[in-house]
Design a protein. Structure first.
Lengths: 50, 747
């Protein structure tokens, strides 16, 4: 593989890695352990703070 | 029938079943036995803070699908801590996504009937169809007692009472049949479960003002639990008329019964004592249980602490001793992978990415898998055997004077595995300030992500000596780092107590569960889950970060450096060709290897990573760090393990590719300063290793922990505080350790 093609491949991988990290950081976490029990999900109750 | 759908009769109907009980009554084991779902079986109170659901079917009831909800363990519906309140809300049908339970399975510890009946009575007050699962029947028989099941059922208004020995799977089929049989039956429970005066006031409160959607059982909680979350939510939801009615009802109750909560406790405890007395029979003399006999030794004020210290030391020694051969195997696999792949690819950035970045970076992290596994085998065995609450009890005294209680110790113990579940476990702490304080100090406990950093530094720079003939210095240093986290947490708590809020310590009440032999399945599942999470993390987040770090360390890869070194290479070859002598070929080879090493180093220094590293290096030079260590530490702020991957990538890129060993440990030993006053001298020494380890022990380099603190405290204030104070502590700690250690070791 020529250096140019290697650079292109690396650029694609780099963009994918950056995209994954951005998605991983910004995604709305559906963490069952927190979400299912947290105060925001209790019916007709105001959100509680500790 | 209380089912969830109005579908035609031929369709399957879903029945919601909730399973509740005191902590450590075997509720989770029964849940697993019924549903077959994999779930952690813990021993100490508060382990079921998360919601778990599963489904099951019952023979001869094939039109019904049963949805089983595991409710956090609680002693009473009088909720003050967040997880107790969740348990109460789930039983009242107030948790989003879950309907009001059609059947409630109340798990009762047969060896502790009187205490368990208290909760059962409160569950009956909700009006749900109740099935009693009388667990631990084997332990009851061993203690020389028996319970008249028919009499108990009669005393409880005819509910089904099913004897169970959950850990041996006895009685599960009968329990499932009893659940199916209870569907659609509303309980006709004894009328005297609630004080008549209290009931009168509940009805009066419901009748005032706008119609209330609160059930009778919920209104009991609002009236009885003064300043509790039920009252707070009620006040937030209703207008002035109901609030006034609540205060008036309380005043009347106080005049008639004294404290409403005290009156409820006296009433229910009295009923529980009566019922338990009528249904329990003794045969023969009461026997001392094995748990009592073991506790005489384990909970001894002095002996217990010695056993605890010995167990901890044994754990840390084993992490080094047992993991070593497996680590070598994994390292060999990655080295040979690298050696096989490199020649197949042409020289260039993609090959460097695969060999130096991916294999060098992620491989360096995965080598630590055996140590993680050993750590979690120990933690799983200690938790499943019932030892952990005893450890909390033993150290409660040490925590009391600094403002933390034994209840804080449980989240802190969990934080040794990972701070995220540890911080979530603080929901069991009723006192708001104590909970916040525990959240602030829990990340100081050395989690499993710090282990690779400790072990690589210790393996590379702490000598393999023994003291007193049997104690390894490496294990002692590792134990000291874990101790450092605990001592710092105590000091932070003490400082907060002195300067922020001066409070008397709260009481510490914790149930000691019976000792159990940890099952191989339970330990294996927990270790597998942790190991999987470690590998997945290495293969996703750390993999992605490694690629970015590789790119920053590789580019711009300037042509002028290549041309410069090509010219120097030609010059060396010419010079050696002209010179004669026996050693000419050897000299030429050595000169070319040195040139290749210089070229790699120059590329790295010239990279974006190197440029930023040299810019910030002066701030970390007092800690004894060069720019590579500095950048590895800074890059690991999202996740600690990244430091290993970064060092793996940087030292791979900076090496000549002919290194004698592929081990990161060896590369770190060979690393030298590439500029400045220490040029050519080794970067790492014992003092630098200690400084790095102390920094990682005290620093909050974990994005997941900060996000969890934000979720648990509803804001960014506390995550910012945790990050700020821990980073400050880490810097100061590393600075002091380096300055002191380098002077002491030099003299």
């Amino acid at each position: 593989m020529s250096t140019l093609w290697q650079n292109v491949t690396v650029a694609v991988i780099l963009m994918a890695a950056t995209g994954y990290l951005v998605w991983h950081t910004l995604r709305r976490r559906r963490n069952k352990a927190v979400c299912a029990n947290c105060s925001a999900h209790v019916k007709s109750r105001p959100a509680r703070s500790i | 029938m209380a089912t969830r759908t109005d579908a035609p009769r031929t369709r399957r109907q879903t029945v919601t079943v909730a399973i509740c009980g005191n902590p450590n009554c075997g509720k989770t084991t029964i849940f697993n036995a019924i549903t077959g779902l994999r779930q952690r079986v813990g021993n100490y109170p508060g382990v079921t803070v998360e919601k778990t659901t599963g489904t099951f079917a019952v023979a001869e009831h094939d039109r019904l699908t049963f949805n089983l909800l595991d409710i956090p363990g609680t002693y009473s519906l009088a909720a003050y801590s967040p997880d107790e309140y969740i348990a109460a809300l789930a039983l009242f049908g107030r948790v989003e996504g879950e309907s009001r339970p059609d059947v409630v399975v109340c798990v009762i510890d047969a060896t502790n009937l009187e205490r368990s009946l208290y909760l059962a009575f409160q569950v009956m007050q909700t009006g749900a169809a109740v099935v009693i699962a009388l667990n631990m029947m084997d332990l009851l028989e061993n203690s020389g007692r028996e319970i008249d099941l028919n009499q108990l059922s009669h005393e409880l208004g005819g509910v089904a009472v099913i004897p169970i020995t959950a850990n041996r799977g006895r009685g599960i089929v009968e329990l499932k049949a009893a659940i199916a049989g209870a569907v659609g039956r509303r309980g006709e429970y004894p009328q005297d479960l609630c004080d008549p005066r209290l009931l009168e006031e509940v009805e009066a409160l419901a009748a005032v003002g706008e119609p209330s959607e609160y059930s009778q059982a919920e209104l009991i909680r609002v009236l009885v639990d003064e300043h509790g979350p039920a009252e707070r939510d009620f006040l937030a939801e209703y207008q002035e008329s109901k609030r006034e009615a609540l205060q008036q009802a309380r005043t009347r109750l106080r005049a008639a019964l004294g404290s409403p909560a005290g009156a409820e406790t006296t009433h229910l405890t009295g009923r529980a004592t009566e019922v338990a007395g009528r249904v329990t029979r003794m045969h023969g003399k009461p026997r001392r249980s094995p748990t009592d006999r073991i506790d005489r030794i384990i909970l001894h004020p002095v002996g217990g602490l010695i056993i605890l210290a010995a167990l901890m030391l044994c754990m840390f020694q084993s992490i080094f001793t047992w993991a070593e051969p497996l680590m070598r195997v994994i390292d060999t696999v990655f080295s040979s992978l690298s050696a096989h792949i490199a020649p197949l690819m042409s020289d260039g950035p993609f090959r460097s990415l695969v060999v130096d970045g991916v294999i060098g970076g992620v491989g360096s992290v995965l080598v630590f898998l055996p140590q993680i596994v050993i750590l979690f085998v120990f933690i799983a065995v200690l938790e499943d055997s019932g030892y952990m609450p005893r450890a909390a009890f033993l150290v409660d005294r040490a925590f009391g004077w600094c403002g933390l209680s034994g209840k804080s110790f449980i989240p802190m113990l969990s934080s040794f595995a990972c701070a995220v579940p540890g911080i979530m476990a603080t929901r069991t702490i009723e006192d708001r300030r104590q909970r916040l304080l525990t959240i602030l100090v829990s990340p100081l406990m050395s989690c499993s992500a710090r282990l690779p950093v400790y072990t690589i530094m210790i393996a590379a720079f702490i000598p393999q000596k023994t003291v007193l003939g049997f104690l390894g210095v490496q294990g002692l240093v590792l134990a000291s780092l874990y101790l450092l986290g605990i001592v710092t947490a105590v000091l932070v708590a003490l400082t907060t107590k002195i300067f922020v809020h001066k409070r008397r310590r709260g009481s510490f009440l914790m149930e000691m569960p019976t000792y159990k032999m940890p099952t191989l399945q339970s330990v294996a599942i927990r270790v597998y889950t942790r190991a999987k999470s470690f590998v997945v993390r290495a293969g996703t987040v750390i993999f992605a970060i490694t690629i970015i770090i590789w790119a920053l360390s590789y580019y711009p890869h300037a042509d002028r450096i290549r041309d410069d070194f090509a010219a120097r290479r030609t010059q060396i070859e010419r010079q050696v060709d002209i010179s004669s002598g026996a050693n000419a070929a050897v000299q030429k080879r050595e000169a070319l290897i040195q040139l290749e090493r210089d070229e790699s180093g120059t590329y790295l220094r010239d990279s974006y990573f190197g440029w930023v590293g040299r810019l910030v290096e002066p701030a970390f030079r007092p800690l004894g760090w060069d720019w590579k260590v500095t950048m590895a530490a800074l890059a690991s702020f999202p996740a600690r393990e990244v430091v290993i991957a970064t060092l793996g990538t940087v030292y791979n890129l900076g090496s000549d590719g002919n290194a004698e060993s592929s081990l990161l440990v060896d590369k770190m030993r060979q690393a030298t300063w590439d500029d400045g006053p220490h040029f050519g001298q080794p970067v790492y020494s014992v003092a630098v290793a200690l400084s790095v380890m102390v920094f990682f022990a005290l620093c909050c380099q974990c994005g997941a922990t900060l996000v969890t603190i934000r979720q648990e405290t509803n804001g960014w204030r506390y995550p910012a505080l945790v990050f700020g104070y821990m980073t400050g502590l880490a810097y100061m700690g590393a600075l002091i350790v380096y300055q002191v250690a380098s002077r002491v070791l030099a003299s």
